[in-house]
Structure formats: C-alpha cells, structure tokens
Write a protein that binds this ligand. Structure first.
Ligand SMILES: Cc1ncc(COP(=O)(O)O)c(C=O)c1O
Length: 398
C-alpha cells in the first residue's frame, strides 16, 4: 500500500498559529512562472547577473584555506565579529558592532521581532499595501495587523494617531518599497518621526532596497534619527545574493537581549561559513564598486519597462508609478478590472505578475498589481508588456 493512501494519522492537533499560516500567494504564482515560455514580472528575485560569483569563489577558497575549521564550526548567536564590524561601518549613523545581530536574512529579523513584540490580539500597524512576507511573519503570533492609509510617499501621519491605540509597533519600508517601489521623502520622514515620538510608537524599519537607488540616494533612515525608538533590518540579499541568507538587525539595547534569545532558539546562529565569506568579500570596499553596477542595470531595466508601458498602454486607463530605485513598479488597471481575475488570462498569454491584493492587511484595491522589472530581458519586457496590454484590451471589451 502506498503510504500516501493511509488514512490521516490520528491525534495530531494543529496549533492555532499554524491555522494562521497560509501558503505564500507569490510562491504559488512563481510555480506557474516556472513553466517554459512564461514571461514573469511576478518574482521578487534579484537579477542573477548581479551575483558576484568570482568574488565568492575567491573568498570561499580563502576562508577554507585560512580559517576552514572555525568556518565549519558552531559559532556565536550574535554573528561573526568582523562581519558585525563591517555592517556597523556601512550604516549611515554611529553603530557599535556589539549592537549588530546577524540574522538569517532580514526575513528572520521579521520573525524574531514578531516573537518578541507581539502577543495574540496585539496590534501591529503596517503600510497600505505592505510586504507580504512581513504579514506572514507576523501572522503566527495572531496579532491584529492594521493598515495605515498611505499615498505615493507612504503612510499618512494623520491616520496613525487614530490607529495607534494598542499598537506594539509600526512596520515601515521607507525606501523603494515592496510592493509599490515608492519612497518616503524627507518631509514625510520628519513628520513620521515627530508623530511617532509624540505617540511613543516604536518603528520597525525594513530596508533591503535602500542601496539600489538610481539617481540620488534616499533620505537618511528613520532609525538614524531616533535609534532608541526603532529596530532596523538590513539585508545582503539585494546587494550580494539572496542564497546567502544573511541579513542584520540593529535594535535598542532594552530589547536586543530578547531578540538574541529568540534567535538562539530559532537557529543558534546564521551560517558561520557564509558570514566569513561575506566578511571576506566585503573587504577593500567591494560594495562601493559592486552596487553601482546593480543600480545601473536596474535603472536601465526600469527605463525599458516604463518605455514599454508608455508605448503599449496608450488609450487604456492604466496608471503606474516611476520608482526611483529598487526592483518593483506598481500599476493600476482600468476601472472595473480585477488583477486577480485577469491573472489566469495573462498567464494564458504567457505573462505573469502579482495581483496587488496579496499585499494588503485588509480591504485590498483589486485593480493594483506589482511588476518586477529586474529579471526579464529587455526583449521579454517589450513582449510581456505588449501581451499584458492586449490581455487588458481583450478583457475590457469582453
Ligand atoms: C521588504 C522586504 N523585507 C524583507 C525581505 C526578506 O529578505 P531577506 O530575508 O532575503 O533578507 C524581502 C525580500 O524580498 C523584502 O522585500
């Protein structure tokens, strides 16, 4: 008998938090996009052309040669000292390396923050829309995720006060946000800081895309303005490679020990070998040479998508923004259309995107969608946007 044919085992009862775990909608879509011939604007993957493979080959060899036994050993939960020093030196405000916690991607930072700061039913404030992976990381703690009204620059500070009651923290992505690509300007940052200080509302600032600016760097991080009131999450995924699974967290000293204990329970430490290899790669200002090449590539990809949208969407009531960095562009379909119901029709035409509804804590705008401009080739961008426009046209008439 095939073991899969056995009746379900008895005695298993799912925890309430497991009931709250849902398959990532994006991962489900990504499965479709693996089909041959699909042009995908759906993934959140960085372009593999940007991965510094040669630098990693040299660094791996060197780490194994010079430090191999420690690199393959268990290590401290806080992270590898030289990597913590390198992170502290990279950040644009004074950070003590002892305050840097190396995490297994910034996704782990979100998980630890949720475990340490959220009780069942406690409120967490998020942007509208926000990063789906954060909603997923928070959900098992059974909080009430509440979307703060947001515009092209991020959250509306007037709406914050109305929703502050009982909120444990406000989760913000000020730079080239996932999913919208939008950036919070200087004036808005000042207003957010003033309001959150008045409300005594802590901030969790997630900044994996901040270095990927196209023309000018974004304004200073929120954490730089009030380190005691913010937790900062950074990542090596978008500037080096996501497969490393390395990120970092800077938290106020009052709560850092709890985050460290949660990290110990989760995975003891992030991979020692990867940490040493990244520390090795970062030596001699590698990122200062490498990141500009990512910016240049992503900027030209964005321009190709904007040009294709201008050309193909003519006469259609489709709107989109012009992100100043990052990997994503946010678009809105004509009145009466729904990006979720349009998706299977787009996939039939060989095009995939992520319906914006996936990114809302509540009350999604069904007309919105996220387009990644970084992994498709120029030719795919041209064909894919043309195909998307024709799918929209056909379904308007239909
Ligand atoms: C806003 C945001 N935060 C966090 C992450 C997780 O990144 P990682 O765990 O690879 O550092 C992502 C990944 O796409 C993201 O878009």
């Amino acid at each position: 008998m095939n073991p899969h044919d056995l009746p379900p085992a008895t005695g298993w009862t799912l925890a309430r938090r497991a009931e709250r775990m849902n398959p990532s909608f994006i991962r489900e879509i990504l499965k479709v996009t693996e089909r041959p011939g699909i042009i995908s604007f759906a993934g959140g993957l960085p372009s593999p052309h940007t991965f510094p493979v040669d630098a990693f080959a040299a660094a791996c060899a060197r780490v194994l040669r010079e430090d191999g036994r420690s690199a393959l050993q268990y290590a401290a939960s806080e992270g590898y000292g030289p990597l913590r020093e390198a992170v502290a030196a990279m950040l644009p405000w004074p950070v003590d390396p002892d305050d840097v916690l190396i995490t297994t991607g910034s996704q782990q930072g979100l998980d630890l923050v949720a475990k340490v700061l959220l009780d069942a039913d406690s409120r967490v404030l998020v942007e509208t829309p926000t990063y789906l992976g954060a909603l997923q990381a928070f959900a098992p703690m059974e909080p009430e995720a509440v979307g703060v009204a947001s515009d092209a620059e991020g959250i509306d500070v007037a709406d914050l006060a109305a929703k502050r009651s009982g909120a444990r923290f406000l989760y913000l992505l000020p730079n080239f946000q996932n999913p919208t690509g939008r950036t919070m300007g200087e004036a808005r940052r000042q207003a957010v800081m003033q309001t959150t200080r008045e409300l005594a509302l802590p901030i969790v600032e997630d900044n994996p895309y901040g270095d990927l600016w196209f023309d000018t760097p974004p304004p200073a991080p929120l954490t730089a303005r009030h380190p005691g009131g913010c937790i900062y999450l950074g990542s090596f995924s978008k500037v080096l490679a996501p497969g490393l699974r390395l990120g970092y967290m800077i938290a106020p000293r009052a709560i850092a020990p709890k985050l460290l204990q949660a990290k110990q329970a989760a995975d003891l430490h992030s991979p020692s070998f990867n940490q040493r290899v990244v520390a090795e790669v970062l030596r001699d200002g590698f990122l200062d040479r490498h990141v500009p090449t990512i910016r240049a590539l992503y900027r030209s990809q964005r321009d190709a998508m904007l040009a294709a949208l201008d050309r193909e969407m003519q006469g259609l009531d489709v709107r989109w923004n012009t992100p100043d960095g990052g990997m994503f562009l946010w678009a809105r379909l004509p009145q009466g259309m729904d990006a979720m119901t349009l998706l299977p029709k787009a996939v039939e035409q060989g095009i995939a995107y992520v319906p914006g509804a996936a990114f809302y804590a509540a009350a999604p705008d069904p007309r919105t969608l996220r387009l990644s401009f970084v992994t498709a080739t120029r030719e795919q961008i041209d064909r894919g946007i043309a195909g998307l426009a024709s799918t929209i046209r056909t379904n308007l008439r239909g």
